[in-house]
Design a protein around this ligand. Structure first.
Ligand SMILES: C[S@@+](CC[C@H](N)C(=O)[O-])C[C@H]1O[C@@H](n2cnc3c(N)ncnc32)[C@H](O)[C@@H]1O
Length: 411
């Protein structure tokens, strides 16, 4: 069965709906098409070797195949000239608020580290480090964990250009810490980029969605028997929802999330682990009417649902089940400390004070700052759609912005 592209308008929840371009898709250049064809050939070879591959494996290759995947190759990705905009790419306010809110943890001891998972263009690191420097509480080490070599190089170039005097505190480890450490682990829009398992309910059981090839060598969607891990994850999900998912219901799930969280922050001895993303508590995520999941692709600020189109040229993402994230934290023995909307966090962290204090800026620059505040905090923009989930271990005082207007009871 072919994936029927969903079109704009079907997504009340897309990343930045008011700013999406509704004009026709710009055609990729000849070079881009050649790049995508090379990646598609690599995926086809994998499919031919196995008959079909699970969707998560297709997504893994489309995003992260070395040198060819969307995140591994040289596409612009972030910002106006890319495919989507993230909070740190709008300006420095988001990162400065995170730096201010985590300053008490940075001050708690000389060994405090900040680990950023998924560093994007390096914009977040540059703005956060500059803020801590102003506040006199730089972390001893700033570590960026990013699986994309291309982005690691881009982050280094950004930091070399903006903060050359701080480079000796920054590193790019290949693996998460294997020894106990103290400080803050932070990830903005990373969980939404983890490859998801897609499933469809048949006779009360999940079947796994695979990608195969039709007679013309084009990618097609297939249904295959679900493995034990997926079957168990969907069974646990239905138990938690207190109702079976309806026949034909399609969605996605991250059965590996507990192990991923444990691997990334299991060694945190004292401090915070903060995850920012778009998503819902489980009961809202798996609503009966959301019967085709939350998978979305971004290409030049257009959103659509055809994940099989132009591998390597578009982002593929899905919303986060925050209940699953909270359970994954429990699995890693990380106590849940807060679950709040991005707007609540930013306001408690002093975003409005940052604007007030910017008296040295010109009228135009202050106007730009006001626009940035709106994009980050308004409910119809990123303010409510994006949430922070914070885990805390071994700290005496929880910084207030992470618990402001806590919504944990919705999980
Ligand atoms: C949507 S981008 C967000 C980038 C940045 N945090 C921002 O907000 O602009 C996702 C980032 O996560 C990285 N990433 C995805 N999966 C990862 C993983 N398992 N470990 C580390 N980084 C990962 C990608 O390479 C990319 O830098």
């Amino acid at each position: 069965m072919c994936v029927i592209p969903r079109v704009l308008g079907v997504y009340p929840e897309i990343r930045l709906l008011p700013h999406l371009d509704t004009s026709p898709f710009p055609a990729p250049s000849a070079d881009e098409l050649a790049h995508s064809a090379e990646l598609a050939d690599l995926i086809r070879a994998d499919i031919r070797a196995h008959g079909s591959i699970p969707f998560w494996h297709f997504m893994e290759l489309a995003l992260y195949a070395p040198g060819l995947g969307y995140y591994s190759a040289g596409k612009t990705k972030f910002g106006v000239s890319g495919d989507f905009i993230t909070a740190p790419e709008l300006g420095s306010l988001f990162a400065r608020c995170v730096a201010r809110a985590t300053a008490p943890v940075m001050r708690a001891g000389p060994e405090a580290e900040f680990i950023e998972v998924g560093g994007g263009s390096g914009a977040f690191a540059a703005a956060a480090l500059a803020e801590w420097e102003r506040l006199g509480c730089l972390p001893q080490r700033y570590r960026i964990l990013d699986r994309s070599a291309e982005l690691r190089a881009r982050q280094r170039a950004t930091l070399e250009a903006k903060l050359p005097h701080l480079l000796d505190r920054i590193d790019w480890p290949d693996t998460p810490p294997e020894q106990p450490w103290r400080g803050v682990l932070f990830a903005n829009e990373v969980i939404d980029a983890l490859p998801v398992h897609r499933f469809v309910m048949r006779d009360h059981e999940p079947r796994e969605l695979h990608i195969g090839l039709n007679g013309d060598g084009q990618f097609v969607e297939l249904e295959r028997e679900a493995d034990t891990m997926l079957t168990a994850a969907v069974a646990a999900l239905q138990q938690d929802l207190l109702a079976p998912l309806p026949e034909g219901y399609r969605s996605e799930i991250l059965p590996q999330l507990p192990w991923w969280i444990d691997a990334v922050c299991g060694q945190l001895e004292a401090g915070l682990a903060v995850f920012v993303d778009y998503g819902y508590p489980r009961r809202e995520y798996y609503l009966p009417e959301r019967d085709d999941g939350t998978l979305i692709c971004h290409y030049h600020h257009r959103a659509h649902g055809d994940a099989l189109r132009w591998p390597g040229l578009q982002d593929i993402t899905s919303f986060v089940d925050f209940t699953a994230l909270a359970l994954a934290g429990t699995h890693a023995r990380l106590p849940l400390a807060g679950f709040n909307a991005q707007a609540s966090f930013l306001i408690a962290a002093g975003i409005l004070d940052l604007v007030e204090e910017a008296t040295h800026l010109s009228e135009i620059e202050r106007y730009r700052l006001a626009q940035e505040v709106k994009r980050l905090t308004l409910p119809g923009e990123m303010g409510e759609r994006f949430k922070l989930m914070t885990f805390a271990r071994g700290i005496d005082h929880m910084p207030e912005p992470f618990t402001s207007y806590d919504q944990s009871r919705r999980l």
